[in-house]
Write a protein of this length. Structure first.
Length: 462
């Protein structure tokens, strides 16, 4: 029986092992990650793969395996076909995967000197087998398909590319618009509307120029945030693969590959940076600061106890500062402190929910389940302090500005804010899917009622 030779990256698994290793190294030691790029550029892929294999670690058991293909391969083995893993990834990784799956008869892979792809892979197979069946996915496999007796491909919607006929066609998850929306976290964009608060409060009176600048700033902030989410998901892929909570994320299902997502993120980042030229220098600087802080959070800060919630709170508060910069205003101390404490409460609610849902914490987590009550106490306390400071800000607004004809109406917003805080913590304690406070609130009917009441209060106060 003819041996069946199957590729690994994006064929047997819905991922690229080199990218996975590089991201793991980046998370552990960014300097080594960039040194790996240097090796790749100046000494080649084989040396880079060997370097990454030595400094990174893949959780073999939890890779996004192509289960339909694996089932088919096992059936073919029962019929008498030898099954070989033939891949461009490093030999050490390939051997581990072959040992874990336990149905492979042999392995051909890259070593420190040879990168087994394209023509090199074709020559290796030609030297090993008189005839064979090959299953791949990429244009680099064209040279192998040319000499294979029978060929197969893993592709989207079972529609083979390359103007070639394949005997075996295996489907892979398709990246729909909904999938991209999930990856870019479009449902998180509403929280970026926080930057409108200084404008709506009359810092100064609203005008068309402020509205236009606020729209451009909001779009730029949303795009920066989406790029940050993609990078965060890429860095957390190892943990997400073992988390039941994140099994639907595009990187976990393999519906969007890491290289494709990072290319799209680069394009989005360039668009967002291009929008900065339309904005005041201070606003552009704050937007760049927001992006850098989100990267720092993903790379380092999220694994630092307590400091992580301060960084999250700062990212919320920075949105308000961005809005203030648009109208050339500085937040009053009362507003700044109120925002800080309310945002600390939101950040603690997010972390509390993470700890409550993740019954098996990742190896990188610096929290334990015993910290749940502590985070809850800190979060509820800071939320209440934030509401008290908000009432002090309203008092300051009444005595120091002339933008409102009936400013006392503004005090009616304080009970609404308090109810909003309690609703978040109620949702967190009852496991109502509070992974992200803004997304949770968007799903609640009370949020829209409270927003409408707030605008009525603002209207009658003006």
């Amino acid at each position: 029986m003819k041996p069946i030779c199957v590729d690994l990256d994006n064929t047997l698994i819905f991922a690229d092992t080199m990218f996975l290793l590089w991201l793991q190294v980046l998370k552990k030691n960014p300097i080594l990650a960039f040194y790996a790029i240097f090796i790749f550029l100046f000494t080649g892929s084989a040396q880079a793969k060997h370097f990454l294999t030595c400094h990174g670690h893949l959780d073999i058991e939890n890779l996004p395996y192509n289960q339909p293909l694996i089932i088919w391969l096992k059936k073919q083995k029962e019929k008498g076909h030898p099954i070989w893993l033939v891949t461009g990834c490093n030999q050490f990784i390939a051997n581990r995967i072959a040992l874990y799956l336990s149905f492979f008869d042999g392995v051909l892979a890259s070593d420190k000197q040879n990168n087994l792809v394209s023509q090199k892979k074709a020559m290796a197979l030609k030297n090993h087998f008189a005839s064979f069946i090959y299953i791949g996915d990429h244009k680099q496999d064209l040279a192998v398909w040319d000499i294979a007796d029978e060929s197969g491909i893993v592709c989207h919607n079972k529609k083979p590319p390359f103007n070639r006929t394949f005997k075996y066609v295996f489907d892979r998850p398709q990246a729909s618009l909904q999938t991209w929306s999930k990856l870019l976290r479009l449902d998180h964009w509403p929280k970026n509307l926080l930057l409108w608060i200084p404008i709506l409060l009359g810092y100064p009176i609203i005008n068309n120029n402020n509205i236009l600048l606020a729209c451009i700033t909001t779009l730029s902030l949303c795009l920066f945030a989406s790029v940050g989410y993609v990078i965060n998901d890429a860095l957390d892929l190892k943990e997400d693969l073992t988390s039941k909570r994140h099994q639907g994320r595009p990187f976990v299902t393999g519906s969007i590959g890491l290289p494709k997502a990072l290319q799209a993120s680069l394009g989005i980042l360039l668009v967002s940076c291009g929008l900065l030229f339309w904005l005041p220098f201070e606003t552009s600087s704050l937007l760049l600061l927001y992006f850098c802080m989100s990267l720092a959070y993903s790379l380092v800060a999220k694994r630092l106890v307590i400091l992580d919630v301060f960084i999250l709170a700062s990212l919320y508060g920075l949105r308000i500062e961005i809005g203030c910069s648009l109208v050339h205003s500085v937040c009053s101390p009362e507003l700044s402190l109120s925002i800080l404490f309310i945002c600390l409460g939101l950040a603690c609610a997010k972390r509390f929910s993470d700890l409550t849902y993740n019954h098996s914490l990742s190896e990188n987590s610096t929290y334990t389940h015993s910290d749940i009550s502590l985070i809850s106490t800190i979060g509820i306390g800071t939320s209440c302090i934030g509401v008290m400071l908000a009432s002090d800000f309203v008092r300051h607004l009444i005595t120091s500005t002339n933008h409102f004809t009936k400013p006392n109406y503004l005090f009616l917003s304080i009970p609404l804010l308090l109810y909003w805080q309690f609703k978040i913590w109620y949702g967190a304690h009852h496991n109502n899917g509070l992974n992200e406070p803004a997304v949770f609130l968007k799903s609640q009917t009370e949020t829209y009622i409270l927003s409408l009441l707030f605008f009525f209060i603002l209207y009658f106060a003006i």
